[in-house]
Design a binder for this molecule. Structure first.
Ligand code: HEM
Length: 569
């Protein structure tokens, strides 16, 4: 154990103090050279590193400054931290302020976030260009990777942007098979509603987030991992914890100085060993499937293989290198699918339930539409779901009003880039972080009219009912993206799971609306719970409650289309 030298005794005059200090430094330096005072050496090194690190941080931050109108606090000395801190607590207001000031002219503006300057586009044409531009000019994964480079939270999938084949699995396997997977997702969702909502006679107050996340996790995982694993509570909890924890932690880690990021990453995430625990459960499933694939041979495997993401991931991985075929790598794909799907869909479900509880006049017209459309199409078919315009419209409006991701198409310029579109020319240097303000765009009166600030559930169905061109009408579907509707982002990296998400949301809502009455607790006075702003991100209030009651009409409805499986009741 290193000891402080005797010279550390208190001096009795200023000169004595200087001599004493010089003596102390000399003695300690000699001890460090002789290898006797390792602790002191580390202390000196840290004292030296902290200002160097601070200066480097300020240099990096200043280097990323872009000469555009800024909103929020003007950063002076230490201002980057002040401005960043301000942004964390007021992100929605700051972005909205910038949008109101500059959107009319179509000018971009810049905001200081804790780590970097962020350019916000307001011109829808420039937003469309950002969404469509080639990745080698303005990169999507590169931006993600840059933010995650030092904390490696989402590696190897999110960070490993060369091998994002799980994204293609959704596009090329899940979406085209939608009609065949819908009955299973529906069934799982229905059973999960019934299992999770434990209602007494009359109205029962329910902490709604826990119910929603359970119902969404189970029904989505019926398609991701199949039965019985989609009911394995341990696995669902791990998927969920990883998604929620990572979502929260990734921002916190990004805020911390790089030096401390690995420590924070370990304390906040890695020590829970969530991926490893998921892999332990998933490994036997991958092994079993691989064995089945080998035994059946290609032709029979293609004809008989289970219709779920485990199968599609194996098929995709087999076309990749050996590393991608390991159980660990394939398990990561399922973890990442859950990461992308569960929190987002659960938040959307929570928003729409709050919206409908706060606007109860929409509920009966929705029920009427659901019943008449299912009567017409013989139950829960894909066609029936596509034809529920009012339900679709409420979902789109709910996401317009409260999109889950409030800034989207976050990218990084890979070279100096001049926009070809837009009212005001925009040139950005290489290394600029750039994004689109989804929430602000959705509340723009220029784009959505004078009632943009009102929740109008049938806003889009009323427009669609007047349209004669089906192609035009389909552009207003809940899953359709545009430069003015960014809830699922837009362009090259728009959400690939959005069709799945909307079908799933519709099926969960249909069951919920047909079986239950829903209302806000009395003390809310008809007002839905306010959103929460955490670390610059917005979320529905996950602590909120709703009241549920069984409807007597359910007895007739549950057998009406002969579709509700026995297990459900
Ligand atoms: C209502 C639910 C959902 C919402 C609101 C949502 C929203 C989004 C958004 C905004 C993005 C783009 C992120 C950005 O620009 O920074 C995105 C990307 C993505 N989403 Fe979703 N999502 C939802 C459900 C799902 C589901 C169910 C899946 C999987 C089945 C999924 C898979 C993905 C994937 C793989 C990406 C990355 C696309 C790429 O890398 O090009 N999402 N999502």
């Amino acid at each position: 154990m290193d000891q402080l030298p005797a010279a550390s005794l208190a001096p009795d005059s200023p000169q004595g103090y200087a001599n004493h200090l010089a003596g102390l430094i000399y003695t300690q330096t000699m001890e460090i050279i002789e290898g006797k005072a390792t602790n002191v050496a580390i202390l000196y090194l840290m004292i030296l590193l902290i200002p160097i690190y601070g200066v480097y941080g300020v240099y990096q931050y200043r280097k990323s400054y872009i000469d555009l109108p800024y909103v929020g606090i003007r950063p002076g000395l230490f201002g980057s931290w002040k401005a960043g801190y301000y942004y964390l607590h007021n992100s929605a207001d700051v972005v909205w302020e910038g949008y109101q000031k500059y959107a009319r002219e179509g000018r971009a503006f810049v905001i200081s976030t804790p780590k970097r300057w962020l350019v916000f586009l307001t011109d829808p044409d420039q937003i469309a260009e950002l969404a469509m531009v080639a990745d080698h000019k303005i990169g999507f994964y590169e931006a993600l990777n840059m933010k995650n480079k030092h904390n490696r939270v989402a590696e190897p999938t999110l960070g490993d942007y060369i091998n994002t084949y799980h994204v293609d699995v959704i596009k090329s396997q899940l979406t085209p098979r939608m009609a065949s997977i819908l009955p299973e997702i529906r069934q799982e969702g229905n059973v999960a509603w019934k299992d999770t909502l434990k209602l007494g006679p009359g109205w029962t107050k329910v902490g709604i987030w826990e119910v929603v996340i359970q119902v969404v996790s189970r029904s989505a995982n019926r398609c991701f991992v199949g039965l019985p694993l989609c009911r394995n509570q341990e696995l669902l909890d791990i998927f969920r914890a990883y998604a929620i924890r990572t979502n929260e932690v990734v921002y916190m880690i990004d805020l911390a100085p790089r030096l401390f990021q690995p420590i924070l990453e370990w304390v906040l995430l890695k020590r829970f060993r969530l991926p490893q625990r998921a892999m332990k459960i998933l490994e036997p499933v991958f092994e079993e499937r691989k064995r089945m694939r080998e035994e059946l041979g290609q032709e029979r495997w293609d004809a008989e293989k289970p219709n779920d993401s485990v199968t599609w991931i194996i098929d995709a991985a087999m076309k990749k290198d050996e590393h991608q075929q390991t159980n660990e790598q394939m398990s990561w794909r399922l973890i990442w699918l859950n990461f992308a799907a569960i929190h987002t869909t659960s938040m959307s479900t929570l928003h729409i339930l709050y919206d409908l509880a706060a606007n109860p006049e929409y509920v009966n017209p929705l029920r009427e539409e659901i019943i008449s459309t299912m009567d017409k199409h013989g139950g829960y078919t894909k066609e029936a779901l596509n034809n529920m315009l009012k339900l679709d419209s409420c979902l789109r409006e709910s996401q317009r009003w409260n999109c889950v991701v409030s800034i989207v198409i976050s990218k990084l310029t890979m070279c100096d880039y001049t926009f070809k579109s837009g009212k005001v020319p925009l040139h950005l240097p290489k290394g600029t972080f750039i994004t689109a303000p989804a929430t602000a765009t959705h509340l723009s009166e220029e784009l959505y009219g004078p009632d943009a600030h009102i929740w109008k559930g049938f806003r889009f169905s009323e427009m669609r009912e007047k349209m004669t061109n089906p192609e035009e009408s389909s552009k207003l579907q809940a899953a359709a993206t545009s430069k003015e509707y960014l809830a699922f982002s837009h362009g090259k990296h728009a959400c690939t799971g959005r069709f799945f998400a909307i079908y799933q949301l519709k099926m969960l809502l249909i069951y919920c609306l047909l079986r239950y009455d829903i209302r806000l607790p009395e003390d809310r006075h008809g007002k839905r719970p306010d959103n929460r702003y955490i670390l610059g991100r917005r979320s529905a209030d996950i602590g909120g409650s709703l009241e549920f009651r069984e409807r007597k009409e359910w007895n007739e409805l549950k057998t009406r289309w002969g579709e509700f499986d026995e297990e459900e009741d």
